[in-house]
Design a protein around this ligand. Structure first.
Ligand code: HEC
Ligand code: HEC
Length: 500
């Protein structure tokens, strides 16, 4: 009955998903071709074709390699190879573990709580180490909503939502199914400068005992649990100081455990998280992104230097070295390449590095209180070389959570500032962001500048999945910062972003 309602593509994915959970043999064969050592993608492609044929001949589904998600927590999952390849709608991505391969008994893959979830439930390597709506819907269809992802604690729009019938479940899990959003409940800090004076919440899930106390429910995308060696800020609102605290919180929260992980489990988890790199490796027309001297893919990424504050343009670089605006140099060799797609990617990289824009009214960009206008670039904020996050834990308010961008599926909170620098002012926001951590009105709507690697594997974008495609992201910036890109330049920029 459910399948008659679902669109064809979804049904297909769902069928693949079912097939894959039984066809673990296919997984093992796949693991065999995902080379232990790095090979060029061309070689990989050949091996892959062969393996696919073998898989098909054995009557098994090639779903795993086609990118459908599956239950990594099954006892038979072997863990990743040192270098593993995944497919996405823009080509292929790969995960590389220089010190690996880490096996499936790493706590990352093991349920540590009471609800069957493990870290990989929401941080899936075939989806850029997060989860995407296409995969989520396939998992929902295939498991009839019993996959551990679908737990009311934070998978539904509210833990008390009705999940008694299939139709009720679809409604309760709507934000997860449509945008890949997880509910995060955060208490108003005791010393907050603001009161929450009005709550317009379609899910009635913000429970306040007074305008100054209670828990706000906000809805956010899982961040990538990879490329973490380059991160100084953890979580969209920067609330976690380190990976240890983060893991403890994830196990007690998402996995509903009574106790956090044991010290040895924590150590192995963090070794895994900081030793894992993920990036796009192949796109149609341009081909391999990591052969012949160009610098895409996770192997080159694993060798990128990093320290907190590297390349920050606002005086936060501890060694005071001159800031380079040539933040991405991966495709320098493709400038003017006879292959038009390669030339386009190089043009997109140049636009990202150095097309000027008017960056105004962004709290957190510099220390000034009046948020002056700067002439800047994408790289003014996305400053970590060849990674693209901000290299220091200073969050910014781009306006992504503003009332003007609200869609009916998101809550809207009205915050009145009773003390501090903005006393007397009122703000409306879908998610107060960092203000729920610091209690400060100046931090309302601030989020971290997330890494830009692996973008093609993990739509939709921004903290609440408000941009379905990379073109939507580019259009947001083009309007917000008066970039003035032509249609052609937008295409170039998107072509570059999807190679990351
Ligand atoms: C139910 C889904 C879910 C599960 C299970 C889950 N996470 Fe997450 N994870 C999220 C969400 C959502 C966020 C972003 C939340 C926010 O910013 O408020 C996140 C953020 C993170 C981040 C921050 C990354 C960054 O760049 O800031 C790390 C690291 C992480 N998770 C690791 C883990 C680990 C380790 C586990 C297992 C112990 C785990 N997660 C289990 C959903 C999940
Ligand atoms: C003023 C600082 C700033 C500038 C300039 C800036 N960004 Fe961002 N970027 C951010 C922040 C902060 C976020 C996260 C915002 C959120 O999720 O609400 C972000 C998020 C993104 C994301 C989504 C990442 C994800 O994981 O969902 C993409 C893609 C992106 N930026 C691309 C660009 C491009 C392309 C440009 C130039 C046209 C640019 N950015 C300019 C600060 C900036």
């Amino acid at each position: 009955m459910r399948s008659t309602n679902s669109p064809g593509a979804l049904k297909q994915l769902a069928t693949k998903y079912v097939a894959v959970s039984v066809a673990i043999t296919a997984l093992c064969m796949f693991a065999g071709w995902a080379a232990t050592n790095v090979r060029s993608d061309d070689t990989q492609a050949k091996i892959k074709v062969k393996t696919r044929l073998r898989v098909l001949a054995a009557g098994k589904s090639p779903a795993y390699v086609a990118g459908a998600s599956h239950d990594y927590a099954t006892a038979t999952f072997d863990g990743l190879e040192r270098y593993s390849t995944w497919e996405n709608s823009d080509g292929k991505s790969a995960t590389y573990q220089p010190q690996g391969p880490f096996t499936a008994d790493n706590p990352f893959f093991k349920p540590m709580g009471t609800n069957g979830r493990s870290c990989v439930t929401c941080h899936d390597p075939s989806a850029g180490w997060t989860i995407t709506p296409a995969h989520i819907r396939a998992r929902f269809e295939a498991s009839h909503g019993t996959d551990p992802l679908f737990r009311p604690i934070d998978g539904t729009t509210c833990p008390d939502a009705d999940v008694s019938t299939p139709a009720a479940m679809k409604k309760a899990y709507s934000l997860l199914l449509n945008k890949g959003l997880i509910r995060i409940g955060i208490a108003i800090p005791p010393d907050a400068e603001f009161s929450v004076v009005e709550v317009d919440d379609p899910y009635h899930c913000t429970k306040l005992s007074s305008p100054k106390s209670g828990v706000l429910s906000v809805y956010r995308r899982p961040l990538q649990a990879t490329n973490l060696r380059f991160e100084d800020s953890l979580m969209w609102d920067g609330r976690m100081g380190d990976l240890e605290r983060q893991a403890n919180d994830a196990v007690r929260g998402h996995e509903q455990a009574v106790d956090g992980p044991m010290p040895d489990q924590l150590a192995r988890l963090i070794e895994f998280e900081t030793g894992t790199y993920d990036a796009q490796t192949w796109v149609p027309k341009a081909g391999s992104l990591q052969d012949g001297g160009v610098g895409g893919g996770p192997v080159a990424l694993s060798r990128e230097p990093f320290f907190i504050g590297i390349n920050d343009p606002f005086g936060n670089n501890p060694i005071g070295a001159q800031t380079s605006l040539h933040v991405f140099n991966l495709y320098d060799l493709w400038r003017g390449d006879p292959n038009p797609e390669r030339a386009r990617i190089a043009r997109g990289q140049a636009i990202f590095n150095a097309t000027p824009m008017i960056i105004g009214g962004v709290p957190g960009l510099d220390d000034a209180e009046d948020h002056p206008t700067h002439e800047g670039f994408c790289t003014t904020c996305h400053d970590t070389p060849n990674v693209g996050n901000r290299s220091i834990n200073i969050l910014m308010n781009l306006g992504t959570a503003d009332a003007s961008r609200r869609t009916p599926d998101m809550p809207l909170f009205t915050l009145r500032c009773d003390s501090g620098a903005l006393k007397g002012q009122t703000f409306q926001t879908m998610d107060p962001g960092q203000a729920m951590v610091t209690g400060k009105c100046t931090d309302i709507g601030r989020f971290k500048t997330s890494s830009l690697r692996g973008l093609a594997s993990r739509p939709p974008y921004f903290h609440d999945g408000q941009s379905a495609t990379l073109m939507d992201v580019v259009n947001f910036y083009n309007d917000r910062f008066q970039v003035g890109l032509t249609a052609e330049e937008k295409e170039d920029l998107v072509a570059f972003l999807r190679t990351l």
